[in-house]
Design a protein around this ligand. Structure first.
Ligand code: R5P
Length: 283
């Protein structure tokens, strides 16, 4: 059978509309699979197509509810293995737990590594993901990882806005590489870097800044927005340092409860994200 005919694409419950778009883009039908829950909350999967020897792509961002979507993915991989799929690629446009990639204090887990182990042990042959918070997570896998970036796509969108006097700002040190790539794609505009501290989980304090944003249109570049506190604190800091306008781009719009309202009330005039996670709430 020719390679392209062996390709099968299936979706869990996390983001079926993205899976449909991917299938349509490569002109393949979306495969038939039932992903449901027993009354006690356990996940159940039944693959309804013959996937023997297929090149199977399981699309499932592990977005909120993270644990449910992760478990669904693991059960899908197990079902595909037992159905003798030829190669199983777990496609996680958003990799939940990516921010727990190291211990920040004693007696903490490294949950991003645990998730890598779970996906591998479940039987995935390959992982495809986008803009991991910490690129080192790729090394947590002993199977091949395709780590893609949405930054070029996001910068195409930004370039079309024809902004003037742009300074790209990394809202924390971990975002510098991504922000540097963004500024290069915008033709080598200046870069500024903020120093962020997290006194407690989900709390943010900006301690300082390197670079000049006086009179600039600031473009904050981050991998994800959850509570929105990182971007809001960053926006307040650059406005205090003389920025005239503030826009933000991020690959993953997680938007925890209350985040959209807080962001709407912040100095950020526009936020550009991808559809790696299904969008809910006001758009
Ligand atoms: C790491 O800190 C990430 O790059 C993001 O800046 C962060 O996770 C965003 O989270 P929040 O929106 O809750 O501040």
């Amino acid at each position: 059978m020719p390679q392209h005919e062996r390709i099968a694409i299936m979706s869990g419950n996390a983001h079926p509309s993205l899976a449909e778009k991917v299938a349509a883009y490569i002109n393949r039908p979306l495969g038939n699979i039932e992903v449901s829950q027993f009354r006690d909350g356990e996940s159940h999967v039944q693959i309804l197509d013959d996937v023997r020897d297929s090149d199977l792509f399981l699309i499932q961002p592990t977005s909120p509810p993270v644990n449910q979507h992760l478990m669904e993915l693991l059960v899908m991989i197990d079902a595909a293995n037992r159905a003798s799929a030829g190669r199983i690629t777990a496609v996680l446009p958003y990799y939940g737990y990516a921010r727990q990639e190291k211990k920040t204090q004693g007696r903490e887990p490294i949950s991003a590594k645990l998730v890598a182990n779970l996906i591998t042990v479940a039987g995935a042959d390959r992982l495809l993901t986008i803009d991991l918070s910490a690129p080192a997570i790729e090394g947590f896998f002993d199977i091949p990882v395709d780590h893609l970036s949405a930054i070029p796509l996001l910068m195409q969108h930004v370039a079309a806005l024809q902004l003037e006097n742009v300074v790209v700002v990394a809202p924390d040190v971990g975002a510098v590489q991504r922000a540097d790539r963004a500024r290069q794609l915008l033709g080598g505009v200046p870069l500024a870097i903020l120093f962020k501290d997290r006194p407690r989980p989900d709390e943010v304090e900006v301690q300082g800044m390197v670079g000049n944003v006086d009179g600039a249109t600031v473009l904050l570049v981050d991998d994800l927005i959850s509570t929105g506190r990182t971007l809001i604190a960053a926006a307040e800091m650059v406005v205090a340092r003389g920025a005239e306008r503030v826009l933000a781009v991020a690959t993953h719009g997680v938007f925890a409860a209350g985040a959209l309202e807080k962001l709407a009330a912040s100095p950020i005039e526009r936020i550009i994200i991808t559809d790696s996670i299904p969008l809910s709430g006001p758009s």
